[in-house]
Design a protein around this ligand. Structure first.
Ligand SMILES: Cc1cc2nc3c(=O)[nH]c(=O)nc-3n(C[C@H](O)[C@H](O)[C@H](O)COP(=O)(O)OP(=O)(O)OC[C@H]3O[C@@H](n4cnc5c(N)ncnc54)[C@H](O)[C@@H]3O)c2cc1C
Length: 437
């Protein structure tokens, strides 16, 4: 059943972006979606598909036709010979992960959460951390999309390869994705080792920590010299998930319940933030557990925030992080959220933040409702001085002229956009800024 209804205000997860679409539709099939695109063209309206609104940018905002993902969900096919799964574009990652686990299968790598839709997550280049395995989009084997003329197009390494090179991270600019085929592998176990470590030790040993682990990441707690590190490596088992109580204490109480209280207090009385950061980062303890991949990679994030994240050439990350630390130390800024550092290998997707270069990410966050511009602007200045590429779904101020410099394949993407969507049926203000008119 498809649905169409009038306009209501659309709001993203962080609450920093709102939009008033002319109308909303919830197609239940690729054919219905194509019909919605054709009808929008007849009415002279633009079209924008939305996922679960977890982007902090206005990537999904539209005053035209908003395509909701709710009815375009589910697994289409699991091909055990090819080791692939084909899934409807609106399927939440959570549902895909659970369905794959039931079949004894798994994706190779994931981001921090699994609330997003498969199309929404991949369209902005959502990634976790990895030495050898890259973003979720890099695990794509084929994409099916409805283009501006309402036709259905599929692309893969063999079929329309020039479209495949761009459409895996398409920013919603090339068409509306209707289904995605991902590579899968037999489900495996990861042993997670979480361990507090001083800032100077993590940054001094970063290259070794990165090289010795399949998935290494760390968090630095501003106003302190403390970090928490996380090393995830494949293991033969046995599975040893966190105990119910200790898991709840770490993932719900410390990371959500208590953290929410600390953030609210910090927002009300910013002067308390440094001392709370010192106490809470010292209270961290090491833990080790073993579980299936998505349970290790993802955890619930209930405390609302806004985020900016930049991808840097990997060799620049330690220097850039030290600059961020110096910036926080010499400024009156009070930051209650940890700064997150992750990595990705170079990939071959035109607008991937890791396109053609070994990458490390620095992400900064600010609690919802706290002014973030001063902090983000100062950090952004450091990141752009290192030819940083911002996450397409997280706050940034860059435009097409900047992207043409930091993405060697930028012109390839915009030429394809000109070919597939000459009238900018899928345009919005965000795309005008980042891709040009
Ligand atoms: C709490 C939280 C944690 C996060 N963790 C991570 C993380 O670990 N790693 C990371 O890299 N990012 C992370 N993000 C960012 C997030 O993964 C991305 O912003 C992602 O794009 C959101 O997916 P979504 O389904 O909500 O899509 P939306 O934000 O709704 O849309 C994103 C883009 O995809 C387009 N789109 C959606 N559906 C389609 C479709 N069918 N066809 C074409 N285009 C489409 C939209 O138009 C828009 O341009 C996080 C965000 C939050 C709020």
């Amino acid at each position: 059943m498809s649905g169409a209804n009038g306009s209501s205000t659309w709001r993203n997860w962080a609450g920093n972006i709102t939009a008033r679409p002319a109308r909303e539709v919830s197609p239940a099939s690729a054919a219905e979606l194509a019909e919605a695109v054709r009808r929008a063209a007849e009415d002279g309206l633009t079209v924008k598909a939305v996922g679960t609104g977890h982007s902090f940018t206005a990537a999904a905002a539209t005053d035209g036709v908003l395509i909701r993902p709710d009815l375009l969900t589910g697994i289409r096919e699991i091909d055990r010979a090819a080791m692939t799964v084909t899934v409807e574009a609106g399927t939440p990652l959570r549902r895909l992960n659970a369905a794959l686990a039931r079949e004894g299968l798994s994706l190779t790598n994931m981001g921090d959460i699994m609330e997003q839709t498969v199309a929404g997550a991949t369209s902005t280049g959502t990634h976790g951390t990895g030495r050898d395995s890259a973003s979720i989009a890099a695990q794509i084997k084929a994409v099916e999309l409805v283009t501006a003329d309402g036709s259905l197009l599929t692309c893969s390494e063999k079929e329309n390869p020039e479209i495949f090179a761009a459409a895996r991270i398409g920013l919603g600019a090339l068409g509306v994705v209707t289904a995605i085929t991902f590579a899968v592998e037999p489900v495996f176990l990861l042993t997670a080792r979480e361990e507090p470590m001083p800032f100077d030790k993590v940054t001094g040993e970063f290259d070794a920590l990165f090289a010795e682990n399949e998935h290494f990441e760390f968090y630095w707690f501003p106003h302190t010299g403390n970090c928490n590190t996380k090393r995830n490596n494949r293991s033969v088992g046995p599975a040893a998930p966190p105990g119910k109580l200790s898991g709840w204490i770490e993932d719900e109480f410390m990371s959500n319940g208590l953290f929410q209280v600390v953030c609210s207090l910090g927002r009300a009385v910013p002067a308390t933030i440094p001392s709370i950061a010192k106490v809470s980062s010292r209270a961290l303890s090491a833990r080790t557990y073993t579980d299936i991949p998505y349970k290790v990679f993802t955890s619930p994030r209930r405390v609302r925030f806004v985020e900016m994240e930049y991808a840097l050439p990997r060799e620049a990350v330690v220097g850039a992080l030290r600059e961020v630390k110096a910036l926080v130390e010499r400024s009156p800024l009070r930051i209650s959220f940890p700064v997150e550092v992750r990595t990705a290998p170079a990939d071959d997707i035109a607008l991937s933040t890791a396109s053609g270069r070994e990458t490390a990410y620095i992400a900064v966050h600010m609690y919802k409702g706290t002014p973030y511009q001063t902090y983000f602007t100062a950090v952004e200045r450091i990141m752009t001085a290192h030819a940083g590429r911002p996450h397409w779904g997280k706050v940034h101020t860059r435009d097409a002229a900047y992207f043409a410099e930091v993405y060697p394949r930028f012109a390839e993407f915009t030429a394809l956009r000109d070919r597939l969507d000459p009238e900018r049926r899928f345009g919005n203000a965000y795309l005008r800024r980042v891709l040009g008119e």
